[in-house]
Design a protein. Structure first.
Length: 307
């Protein structure tokens, strides 16, 4: 069944150790009736009496003694775990700033490889940033941001301390959608005008759009109508559900293509000189664990390039 509340367990432990509800209340800095309520709550949940009560004292029942031994060990382990977590060396924590779609579709699937490269003591935190967040004064130092993960346009990636994943785009859709509209999708893009197109309504700087892809592949006639999404993840979910064609960034949708949830249409992926990059901040540049994290992403980027 569900675990009892930690507050109730702490109250029971204190009462058992002091053999007194009053002294337990003093230790926990609560009123004595609160201790009585917590103990009664535990007794209802477990279904046994934990204390024998009279006017002079409270005494653990045999069941209470068994339960207290387990609770005492459990609370000690929780306290030890909290101490270990709190004392985790600051130089083993890495903070990566990124957008929500970047976190969900690009970084999280690769964190296992990054953790293995950094070692078991390292902790990687993904900090989701809204537009304009990183322009705040001193935000890198204030929030201790070690790396930035973002798209970059045709002008390239600033700086040299960076792991670069070259990007390419293709229309993607569910296998069912591809089968239902196969006759149209096998024709030139100019014939696709009646198909439902899914669009990311707020592309970040550097992200290619349908217009970019149409410039390379041809424009549908008539001009397509778009169903707009303000979250790239939701747009990809809609494509997987068979609701239309989405513009897929290879580094984001690769695992769905591998799994067969999505298929590429229109002749496959096209590069536009854009890239996805993970780079050190001024703060992270001085931290060895951040450099090791960048090296792990660089190794993954090299594997992607070779593949």
């Amino acid at each position: 069944g569900p675990l009892p509340r930690i507050a109730a367990l702490r109250a029971f432990d204190a009462a058992a150790r002091h053999v007194s509800f009053a002294r337990a209340a003093e230790e926990l800095e609560v009123h004595q009736p609160a201790v009585s309520r917590y103990v009664a709550e535990l007794e209802r949940e477990i279904g046994v009496r934990l204390f024998e009560r009279d006017r002079r004292a409270v005494v653990l029942t045999p069941a209470g003694e068994v339960f207290h031994r387990a609770v005492a060990v459990g609370l000690e382990r929780i306290a030890a775990g909290a101490l270990s977590a709190a004392s985790l060396a600051e130089d083993e924590r890495v903070v990566i700033a990124c957008g929500g779609a970047t976190s969900e579709l690009f970084l999280r699937p690769r964190l296992g490889d990054v953790h293995r490269a950094l070692g078991e003591n390292a902790v990687v935190r993904l900090l989701h940033c809204e537009e304009g967040y990183l322009e705040r004064p001193n935000v890198m130092e204030t929030d201790r941001i070690d790396l930035l993960a973002s798209y970059h346009g045709v002008d390239g990636v600033p700086g040299d301390e960076v792991a670069v994943f070259p990007e390419a785009m293709a229309p993607v859709c569910s296998p069912g959608f591809a089968a239902a509209h196969g006759g149209v999708l096998r024709r030139p893009v100019a014939a696709w005008g009646a198909l439902p197109f899914l669009s990311f309504a707020r592309p970040s700087l550097g992200w290619a759009t349908w217009d970019d892809w149409f410039e390379a592949a041809g424009r549908p006639e008539p001009a397509p109508r778009y169903r707009n999404y303000d979250d790239y993840v939701y747009m990809i979910d809609a494509a997987i559900a068979g609701q239309g064609l989405a513009l897929g960034w290879r580094n984001f949708v690769g695992r769905y293509l591998d799994a067969g949830s999505l298929v590429a249409a229109g002749g496959g992926f096209v590069g536009f000189g854009r890239s996805f990059a993970v780079r050190l901040t001024g703060y992270g540049r001085h931290r060895p664990v951040a450099r090791r994290c960048l090296d792990a992403f660089a190794a993954l980027a090299n594997e992607t390039a070779r593949g």
